[in-house]
Design a protein around this ligand. Structure first.
Ligand code: ADP
Length: 400
């Protein structure tokens, strides 16, 4: 079975075509600058064939048409015809409380997603456009939705509620939803597999550290707390997002500093985090380089990033009353020995002990803790596309 995974953002569509019999990627790529006359297609196949093209991409439907045409192209394609695409798996950012797992997309699912647009105004509209375009272009092919929020629907009320009037939850559904769920689930399951233990018997903390970062407490295979909240702004220090701040700062910025609420929102989402604190860059590679070159801003941002992450590890170990494994993933988690070292070398209170050489070894998937460490510290590359394709293939097989 071949599954096409689509990840539709506001101005881009990323794709992967996977052969699920072997769990291999046949082809992958992306269309950027959706909505522009100079859209960019970048495509490659497992055989190393590559294509880059600049062309008008009026909307998401055009982007998906270009992707499908490229996938069946005689020279650069991966399959002979569209009939070799057996299912489509869509990454959907916000499933709210309705979707505790991946679903076959039906009219009811689409209307629930429409209803959730106010919860994810930037993400759910392009996700819906992608679903509708794929349905039109691949009629009769099953389409499945895999939700970023689904893994976190197991959080108990004391973790997902905010300490504000309960009526705001009842009437406006204001609560913690959490994101990156597909990644947290994938790497925590993989950690259990690598440890050779039952998922249900483990207490695992997963740190997904990329441009957006979040950390999750997974107790017995269930997400019991996570750092992102009603929106992806809450929690850890991120590339350009602040993470946790005193909520009264927003009042101060508007009332005393004369900013508009839109400017405040922009400041917290786009001008803060590593970028705002360092005054240099949102990119951890550049932050680390600046720090090593003696730049104060780089060091300030790096230290804050690691310190706040460490605080969350401590909090989640306490929340679960125990910890068997700490997993690093995402661009920073997978590739930055410096961040991992800085976080873990100050966690001996939890019995965490990292081996310097293992931490710096080039292996992609590895255990970096010492044999004496009470907690296994692991680096596990995330693979959200594979997780989406697996869920999609499972749903389609169950339909047969
Ligand atoms: P996104 O959230 O957009 O998917 P990624 O998971 O690709 O982001 O992570 C991007 C982040 O990973 C950037 O901050 C980048 O600097 C960081 N990163 C990538 N490689 C390295 C590296 N070798 N060392 C430190 N940071 C890295």
């Amino acid at each position: 079975m071949n599954v096409l995974v689509l990840n539709c953002g506001s101005s881009s569509v990323k794709y992967q075509l996977l052969d699920m019999a072997r769990e291999t990627v046949l082809s992958k790529g992306q269309v950027e600058r959706v909505g522009m006359d100079d859209g960019i297609l970048s495509h490659q196949t497992c055989k190393g064939v590559k294509k880059r093209d600049v062309l008008p991409i009026k909307n998401h439907a055009v982007a998906i048409k270009v992707i499908l045409d490229t996938l069946v192209d005689k020279e650069v394609g991966a399959v002979g015809s569209l009939s070799e695409i057996n299912a489509v798996g869509h990454r959907v950012v916000h499933g709210a409380e309705e979707f505790a797992g991946s679903m076959l997309i039906t009219a009811e699912v689409k209307s629930a997603l429409e209803k959730n647009i106010p919860l994810a105004p930037l993400h759910n509209p392009p996700n819906l456009l992608g679903i509708k375009a794929a349905e039109d272009l691949l009629p009769g092919i099953p389409q499945c939705g895999v939700f970023d929020t689904a893994f976190h629907t197991t959080m108990p009320p004391h973790a997902f509620l905010y300490p504000i009037p309960y009526s705001l939850y009842r009437e406006r559904r204001i609560r913690r939803y959490g994101f990156h769920g597909t990644s947290h689930k994938y790497v925590s399951e993989r950690a259990a597999h690598l440890l050779g233990k039952e998922y249900k018997d483990l207490k695992i903390i997963t740190a997904h550290l990329g441009n957006g970062s979040s950390i999750t407490a997974v107790d017995g295979g269930k997400s019991v707390d996570t750092s992102m909240g009603y929106t992806p702004l809450e929690g850890l220090v991120m590339g350009t997002r602040s993470g946790d701040i005193d909520p009264a700062l927003t009042y101060h910025m508007v009332v005393d500093m004369g900013m508009t609420i839109k400017e405040v929102n922009d400041l917290l989402n786009k001008q803060s985090g590593l970028k705002g604190v360092s005054g240099l860059s949102h990119d951890m590679r550049e932050i680390e380089q600046a720090m090593l070159d003696g730049d104060e801003g780089g060091k300030r941002a790096f230290d804050m990033f690691c310190y706040r992450l460490r605080k969350y590890v401590g909090a989640y170990a306490a929340a679960m009353n125990g910890l068997n494994a700490l997993v690093f993933t995402g661009g920073i988690g997978e590739n930055s020995p410096l961040v991992r070292w800085s976080v873990c070398s100050n966690l001996s209170v939890l019995g965490i002990e990292v081996d310097k050489e293992k931490n710096e070894s080039p292996a992609k998937e590895k255990t970096i803790s010492t044999p004496a460490s009470r907690v296994s510290v692991m680096v596990i590359p995330t693979n959200e596309e594979l997780a989406i394709a697996r869920d999609t293939a499972k749903i389609v097989r169950e339909m047969a």
